[in-house]
Design a binder for this molecule. Structure first.
Ligand code: F6P
Length: 573
């Protein structure tokens, strides 16, 4: 049983005094631990600035036969091989020192305990409560939050079972065969990614669809083959004010009513997932058909609660709960393991090493699993919306890089597109390979081939092919340089037996906590997203300017004014 009684006072997390000496700066770069890492990077850099002296991958592997074992870690059902990174035991211990100096453990405990670590929105950050087992207790401001979490889960389960069994029918009495999740960002990417990941677990009579873009093409393409009588819309929006979602939901309602005719049909064909009961009611959805979550769940951290309803309908409550258990296993590891053996912490620290000390701006996520095709997109929001920040908690601008640019595609497609740059380009791109020992479904032994490619890519990136080897193969002249692979390109390999619901939860929680630790080290708020606001405000104003019949004086820059005028002229306005 977990019991945390917490206050709701905003907190600033000053660095421990012992680590700061006389320095009053809130920046981690002003600690001796940061400086020690900078010195270590300088001392081990070759003439090209890349890790050399004792930290080249070739040397690290040549001098330590046990390196793979020593740098491979287990977390729940995942095996995480960190050996192909330019880190020695000394590097790791300096990095762990940095995590201590940043107060990562105290910050982690504050998050799990329900303190208001999202200081700019004055909110707790409690997505980990969404996967606490029934019977656990977590009190925030004197109120238990685990009971309500399980009440919603039970309500979701009852609803999902009724849809899956055919007991919940549409307005004309037909069973629901298509579920359309209308949401964007965190109200789309998580359930979409998990739905695709768990394809083999999907109910044979139910197909889920995901509409996010305000571009009408996506809604129209999705609805083109659907019968309104068999379609259930799940309107997913934490705020229930997001213009893309509300616009798509209104168009979907019009599409439904154009065929079914009767306003009463809305109650059988629309449910909502939100924190905003008023907004849901104002839209015309019965709040009995609303599945609730709370302000203390960030949008990009919400797929394991009500926002996962489309997934639960598709894969069933048992599989959804198995996924939650996977999340919780990783939470438990993150919460209990010492920093030096804590896998999300180690992944975060290696990311900081690349980003801040080796000047590597991006992270490629390369799942060798087609069912994880939306995992990179999911991680883009998780990581870039969380850690794409430029000031620390007290508003001081950072003096160092923060969140990396996250990108990727499933292997082996990427191999025939962008891997050339990863192998021989001028930018070193750390990569995360993710693969499975067993295929979800195999045909003709193709899974062996898939995994052979994954292992081969990680090996080729790390060890390359030297000019001497190329020459020994018979190349001459300029061709020798063209065909040389420098190697020394780092990667993590994450393996699991199979992509099960639990493993989906484990993978997501692993990255959630990795992102958390990096934000904690950089001293930023990983849980707000002010950076998306300005575009929304401007879009609203420009929307009026595009459509207004009366031309008003435009006061933007000359480029924006010209673009708006061109659009208006094209439409004869
Ligand atoms: O892009 C900004 C954002 O607020 C995301 O953080 C969020 O996931 C998304 O919009 C959707 O928000 P909502 O669930 O409130 O519609």
């Amino acid at each position: 049983m977990l019991l945390a009684l917490v206050s709701c006072r905003p907190i600033q997390f000053p660095l421990p005094a012992t680590d700061r000496g006389n320095v009053t700066s809130p920046l981690i770069s002003d600690t001796s631990q940061w400086q020690a890492l900078a010195d270590h990077a300088a001392a081990t850099a070759g003439p090209d600035g890349q890790p050399s002296a004792g930290l080249s991958l070739r040397e690290l592997f040549a001098t330590d036969a046990g390196r793979a074992d020593a740098f491979t870690y287990a977390i729940a059902d995942l095996t995480v091989d960190l050996s192909k990174h330019p880190v020695s035991p000394d590097t790791l211990s300096l990095l762990v020192g940095l995590a201590s100096a940043a107060g990562v453990e105290a910050k982690r405990d504050a998050m799990f305990g329900g303190e208001r670590i999202n200081t700019t929105e004055d909110r707790e950050v409690l997505h980990t409560a969404l996967r606490l087992p029934a019977g656990a207790t977590l009190e925030v401001d004197g109120e238990d939050v685990v009971g309500p979490v399980h009440e919603v889960l039970d309500k979701m389960s009852g609803f999902a079972d009724r849809v899956r069994s055919g007991e919940w029918v549409g307005h004309t009495g037909q069973r629901i065969r298509h579920v359309v999740n209308i949401g964007i960002g965190g109200s789309d990417l998580g359930p979409l990614m998990a739905y695709r990941s768990l394809t083999p677990y999907v109910h044979p009579d139910i197909t889920a669809h995901f509409v996010s873009n305000v571009d009408p093409a996506q809604l129209l393409d999705t609805l083109a083959d659907l019968d309104p009588a068999e379609t259930l819309f799940i309107v997913a929006s934490k705020t229930f004010t997001t213009i893309e979602t509300i616009s798509n939901a209104k168009s979907a309602r019009a599409w439904l009513l154009a065929t079914l005719g009767d306003e009463a049909a809305v109650a059988r064909h629309f449910v909502a997932l939100s924190t905003n009961a008023e907004g849901v009611a104002a839209f015309g959805i019965d709040t009995d058909n609303m599945f609730e979550f709370w302000d203390w769940v960030g949008g990009r951290y919400s797929m394991d609660g009500a926002i996962g309803l489309s997934l639960m309908v598709a894969v069933g409550p048992d599989n959804f709960r198995a996924m939650l258990d996977g999340f919780h296993q990783v939470d438990t590891h993150f919460r209990s393991q010492p920093l030096a053996e804590n896998v999300p912490v180690l992944m975060a620290l290696i990311g900081v090493w690349h980003r801040n000390f080796l000047n590597r701006p991006t992270l490629a996520v390369l799942p060798y699993c087609q069912h994880l095709d939306r995992f990179p997109a999911y991680l883009q929001q998780l990581d870039m919306e969380s850690n794409g920040k430029r000031v620390v908690l007290d508003g001081t601008p950072v003096s160092y890089e923060t969140g990396p640019i996250v990108w990727g595609e499933p292997g082996t497609n990427g191999q025939h597109a962008f891997y050339q740059l990863i192998h021989q380009g001028t930018t070193v791109v750390p990569a995360d390979f993710i693969g499975f020992l067993e295929a979800a479904e195999d045909v003709g032994g193709q899974h062996d081939l898939l995994m052979a490619n994954m292992f081969a890519q990680a090996e080729a990136l790390a060890f390359g092919k030297s000019a001497a080897e190329v020459e020994a193969d018979g190349a001459t002249g300029a061709l020798i340089s063209h065909r040389t692979f420098p190697g020394e390109r780092p990667s993590t390999t994450i393996l699991a037996d199979k992509l099960t619901p639990s493993v989906v939860g484990q993978l997501v929680a692993l990255y959630e906590h990795k992102v958390f630790v990096q934000g904690a080290i950089w001293g930023i708020n990983s849980f707000d997203q002010w950076g998306v606001e300005l575009g929304k405000v401007l879009a609203k104003a420009i929307g009026n300017e595009l459509t207004s019949p009366e031309a008003s004086e435009l006061t933007h820059d000359s480029s924006t004014n010209a673009l708006i005028n061109r659009y208006r002229a094209y439409h004869g306005r």
